[in-house]
Design a protein around this ligand. Structure first.
Ligand code: NAP
Length: 302
């Protein structure tokens, strides 16, 4: 039996692995994807991680992984199908039918940005298509961009980008925003943001990078082409918690309910990084969670 199993090898899981090994814990990191590393691996450039300006996301994810390996973390490549809260042990069930046991588990499976699912979105990811205005907005300084969505994140992104970009189009599929009133008021005060109501994106197109969007009306009828240098997709997030929802309570959006100590409502199971309920989902806050979760694991184990 391991002291600790960490599910997920993004920044939160890898940080937990480093802290866990330094605390002398016998631990296993289980990751689903062969490379592991989480969302950071798909980020063209990370410019807001303290001390590493302009860092390539792939290089950063690789460094995180190497650090955890150097600390002595053991890795296993497998999909986790569920966790059973057994007597004195947490049983991590793998998709291949086998099981791994530990005294404590940290869930660090992250969240994924929901995609629009339109032609060009995948091809231009990192070349004009972004899912994070705070991460990538600076690359579009004095350029024209579109934000897709009508929720808090879309409106926050549009406000944030309005300070950097020449023009921001907010493209929303309905005729009213879902975002909080206070955010809408801030948006209204931005002189360079224009809302395109009842509009959907049919296609993202361009050359080497994004150059234009094909827009349709709410009924899907082609309306116009819009010239933009970048597109920020903000149509919600999807936490990777399907396998855990029977074991740890989650909120209505599917995030594992846990505070800054990363303790879930199930003793001995912790949640770190984007997968838990929190305000700021950034690499630096995920890394911080890894440390906090291990401190809580140590308290639980004694
Ligand atoms: P969200 O509230 O679920 O909003 C998603 C938006 O995307 C909605 O306007 C939705 O349109 C639109 N949308 C969804 N699928 C779409 C599609 N396929 N094509 C076009 N548009 C689509 O998600 P979020 O903005 O990411 O926020 C997530 C959660 O975090 C929310 O609970 C939010 O309140 C919270 N949050 C709060 C704050 C804050 O309080 N300051 C800041 C950020 C996030 P419809 O409106 O038509 O459904």
């Amino acid at each position: 039996m391991y002291d600790l199993i960490i599910v997920g090898a993004g920044p939160a899981g890898l940080s937990a692995a480093v802290y866990g090994r330094r605390a002398g814990l016998d631990l296993l990191v289980i990751e689903e994807k062969p490379m592991g590393g989480g969302q950071v691996l798909n980020t063209y450039e990370v410019d807001n991680y303290l001390g590493m300006p302009g860092m390539n996301g792939f290089d950063m994810g690789t460094k995180f992984r190497e650090h955890a390996e150097r600390a002595g973390a053991r890795f296993e490549n497998a999909a986790v199908a569920g966790i059973v809260d057994g007597q004195g042990a947490k049983i991590v069930k793998l998709a291949d039918g086998t099981e791994r046991e530990a005294k404590a588990v940290i869930i660090a499976t992250g969240a994924e940005h929901r995609e629009l699912g339109v032609p060009g979105e995948a091809a231009y990811r990192g070349r004009g298509v972004s899912y994070c205005a705070v991460c990538d907005g600076a690359f579009f300084r004095k350029k024209d961009v579109a934000v897709i969505g009508g929720g808090d994140v879309a409106v926050e992104d549009a406000v944030y980008l309005s300070a950097l970009c020449r023009k921001v189009w907010l493209i929303h599929r309905r005729d009213s925003l879902r975002a909080a009133r206070a955010l809408q008021d801030r948006l209204a005060a931005c002189g360079n943001v224009e809302i395109l109501w009842n509009s959907t994106v049919q296609e993202i197109a361009g050359g080497d990078t994004v150059e234009r969007l094909r827009l349709a009306d709410a009924a899907g009828q082609f309306r116009e082409e819009l010239a933009v240098d970048g597109v920020f997709v903000a149509v919600g997030m999807k936490p990777n918690t399907e396998a855990f929802r029977e074991t740890v309570p989650c909120d209505s959006a599917g995030y594992v309910i846990a505070g800054e100590d990363c303790a879930t409502q199930t003793a001995g199971i912790f949640a770190a990084g984007d997968v838990r309920t929190k305000q700021v989902r950034q690499i630096i806050t995920a890394v911080s969670d890894g440390a906090c979760a291990v401190a809580s694991v140590q308290r639980y184990l004694v």
